[in-house]
Design a protein around this ligand. Structure first.
Ligand SMILES: NC(=O)c1ccc[n+]([C@@H]2O[C@H](COP(=O)([O-])OP(=O)(O)OC[C@H]3O[C@@H](n4cnc5c(N)ncnc54)[C@H](O)[C@@H]3O)[C@@H](O)[C@H]2O)c1
Length: 351
């Protein structure tokens, strides 16, 4: 019989709800506890999802009282470190939302706590589960587009009315390149490796009442002589998507996480008959441009939880570990430093 895992959710807001949607659709999964600094947030979720779970405003009390295997931390960003460390010290596995923290030293403490507890720490860098990006990685690794030479991604999203409970997103420490563009940076790290240096520019025209620059462009140097670019804007007037372009010596991929197909460009070569209904299915066009059909699932939280479950019960490796989350925050911080000082910054990874 499959083992049932018991879950606690800490942070019962918007994205906590996305975790509950995922977890309540999985078999052998029970949500036993909900915790939030505002009791009404817990109660709303308990009712909405018809859960047989206890509600808490005090996480210590929850950890004392419940038979919990996994704690999901979906608080505002500044709750990630204290809640994750508490849960690990209590002997629980943790799924912590992105960004792992706003600060590298906090990420280091979280990684240390996970190492000392012997429990698993996963960070919700969910782009690694978006079907279009998973396929993109597969194509890169197959060698089809040759050696990478340029990669770019973006996080463009109008946050004007997405301030969070108690306005937590409006925070001088929450630079958009960390809070939002950690997605684009983590994606490029996953596809092209750990960047070694960065040079960035920011401005502040779109969210004038907010205490941070709202737009940043960063140039990055990746391993193997690959160069890259990340753009973020948190006040932009357009739809949300993460347009990403991956250039290789034999082909190019133009992909995002909100479309049901993406483009693969290859030099015309009739010997590549795998595209005539083969490798990419019968919808793939033959020629220079190939349209690859993918399911749209830009917040595939269920896939994250399935990975964590398999890591806990079957010892399978986690893709987005605490160390991965920490290295992404390290790149984000280097970009902030470069934009503030006007200097190129070497990126030093400490975990
Ligand atoms: N993976 C993604 O794509 C994605 C998308 C949206 C949000 N997020 C992340 O999820 C987290 C939550 O975002 P949201 O949009 O749900 O915010 P939200 O404001 O809707 O909800 C946050 C909840 O956490 C509670 N909270 C804050 N500090 C707490 C603490 N110390 N202990 C217990 N509860 C606490 C708040 O009361 C609120 O109910 C953020 O870190 C955000 O960056 C990730």
């Amino acid at each position: 019989m499959e083992k049932t895992l018991n879950y606690a959710l800490v942070g019962c807001g918007g994205f906590g709800g996305s975790h509950l949607i995922a977890l309540t659709s999985m078999e052998h999964t029970k949500i036993v506890a909900l915790c939030d600094v505002h009791m009404e947030q817990c109660e709303k979720k308990k009712e909405e999802f018809r859960l047989d779970a206890n509600c808490y405003t005090d996480m210590d009390e929850m950890l004392n009282n419940e038979d919990i295997d996994v704690v999901v931390v979906a608080t505002s960003d500044k709750g990630h470190m204290p809640c994750t460390i508490k849960a690990l010290e209590a002997g629980k596995h943790v799924m912590c939302e992105k960004p792992m923290s706003l600060f590298v030293d906090e990420c280091e403490k979280m990684v240390k706590a996970a190492d000392e507890s012997g429990k698993l720490l996963m960070v919700g860098q969910v782009c690694r589960c978006a079907p279009a990006f998973v396929k993109t990685k597969e194509i890169i690794e197959s060698g089809l587009i040759g050696d990478l030479y340029f990669v770019e991604s973006e996080y463009a999203h109008d946050y004007l009315n997405v301030r969070g409970v108690d306005d937590w997103r409006v925070d001088a420490d929450r630079e958009p390149i960390i809070g939002g563009a950690c997605h684009a940076i983590d994606l490029l790290r996953w596809l092209a490796g750990d960047p070694t240096e960065t040079s960035a520019f920011s401005n502040h025209k779109m969210l004038p009442g907010w205490p941070v620059n709202d737009t940043t462009v960063a140039i990055l140097k990746f391993p193997n002589d690959v160069i890259g670019k990340v753009f973020t804007s948190l006040g932009c007037k357009r739809n949300y998507t993460m347009r990403t372009v991956v250039y290789g010596t034999k082909g190019t991929i133009i992909v995002d996480n909100t479309s049901s197909e993406f483009q693969l460009f290859l030099e015309k070569d009739d010997s590549r008959d795998m595209f005539a209904g083969g490798y990419f299915g019968e919808n793939a066009e033959r020629g220079i441009k190939h349209c690859i059909k993918v399911p749209v699932n830009n917040h595939n939280v269920k896939a994250e939880h399935q990975q964590l479950r398999e890591a806990i019960l079957e010892n399978k490796p986690l893709i987005t570990t605490g160390r991965e989350g920490a290295r992404t925050v390290t790149v984000c911080r280097a970009i902030v430093e470069s934009a503030k000082t006007g200097n190129t910054v070497k990126i030093k990874y400490t975990v």
